[in-house]
Ligand binder design. Structure first.
Ligand code: CTP
Ligand code: MG
Length: 337
């Protein structure tokens, strides 16, 4: 298969690129939205600081990793010294404090897999989830943000892929498809593997940033501004990369044996990780290694039914990119059950 086969001439490629870039541009959050998020964070810092002067608040997830599209909610992590079995008390207390300050829809979900307090700020209209001590998420948020600064094509590709996944209903972890975090890692890995590479492997370079969180050592090269124009030897356009991304997941990935690993910048084997059989609910049908919690397979939510759904969607996308006369629109058509 070949990208050029479908795209007959230069002007077709240019037109397709322009369409993808227009979608990307239309998804970028406005500065004004960022300012509102800051404003809400400042309010939360004030309220939390009164009760727990030592505590800190961090933004994580799409509001801070540069992969957030417009109108996103924000994810906040409260870093506080508290025993694990006292987290619920802190969450309930926090909910009380927020409620008395007129924040709306305040709810403490203490029994969730990741316990949180939810709220909506009537002033900015922004909704927010606050979790406790999920510092690995804060660190992996920084890693994603650092990667995004190296080459703009990562952010472009990830926006398109996330938009596609949401439109096609395959961004629902509770239904066995993948998280946005997993999709961004798939994009990073993909760009690390292009030849010439578009992204380096930051965890394989000199360690300029190192922290230990929950007994996990997180270290990598974070002076990304020093990398100059790293990907400049690769001139592939966004249209070509979208084509190749879906082609890879539809026809080239070895689902039986391979794990994609941003940490190593390469493919590693399921055997080397002992991910060859099902243990409990971990079926390892599509394997995406978390860059820091390396025992975590972000594909663990995928089951024998949803792997089919996912792979059919990858194939649909690849076919559209290959043959559809107007691939951009068809690719992102909502899935209607
Ligand atoms: N996260 C994680 N491990 C997971 C899933 C998520 O550490 N298995 C953390 C990551 O820091 C991620 C954040 O939680 O950035 C939010 O995850 P997710 O909602 O999947 O991604 P968002 O970037 O917030 O995407 P969306 O725009 O869809 O909200
Ligand atoms: Mg999110």
């Amino acid at each position: 298969r070949n990208f050029k086969r479908q795209i007959e001439c230069r002007s077709d490629i240019d037109r397709l690129n322009a369409s993808f870039l227009a979608i990307y541009e239309s998804l970028i959050p406005a500065e004004e939205e960022k300012a509102k998020q800051k404003q809400l964070l400042t309010l939360l810092e004030k309220l939390v600081g009164k009760e727990w002067p030592e505590a800190r608040l961090y933004l994580y997830g799409s509001c801070a990793n540069s992969f957030g599209v417009l109108k996103s909610d924000i994810d906040v992590c409260l870093a506080i010294e508290v025993a694990d079995n006292k987290k619920s008390e802190v969450l309930l207390k926090l909910a009380d404090i927020l409620q008395s300050d007129n924040l709306q829809n305040v709810q403490a979900l203490t029994r969730a897999r990741v316990p949180i307090v939810k709220l909506m700020d009537p002033v900015t209209g922004i909704s927010c989830d606050i979790c406790i001590n999920n510092l690995l998420a804060v660190v992996n948020t920084k890693l994603l943000r650092d990667y995004a600064q190296i080459d703009v094509r990562l952010r472009q590709l990830a926006f398109i892929v996330k938009h596609w996944a949401k439109s096609r209903g395959v961004n629902e972890t509770y239904q066995g498809t993948l998280s946005s975090y997993a999709y961004v890692l798939m994009c990073i890995h993909f760009l690390q593997q292009r030849r010439p590479a578009i992204l380096p492997c930051l965890q394989g370079m000199e360690r300029t940033y190192a922290v230990t969180v929950d007994n996990v050592e997180c270290a990598y090269f974070d002076r990304v501004e020093k990398l100059g124009d790293f990907g400049c030897h690769n001139r592939e356009s966004i249209a070509q990369l979208v084509w190749a991304f879906f082609n890879y997941w539809a026809y080239c990935h070895d689902y039986a044996n391979d794990v994609i690993s941003v940490r190593t910048g390469s493919i590693i084997s399921k055997r080397s990780k002992d991910w060859t059989r099902r243990i409990g609910n971990d079926r390892h049908l599509i394997c995406i290694e978390d860059p820091f919690e390396i025992r975590h397979d972000l594909g663990r939510v995928v089951d024998k039914y949803s792997i089919k759904v996912l792979r059919e969607e990858f194939e649909r996308a690849a076919e559209i990119m290959q043959y559809d006369p107007n691939p951009c629109a068809t690719l992102l058509e909502p899935y209607i059950p």
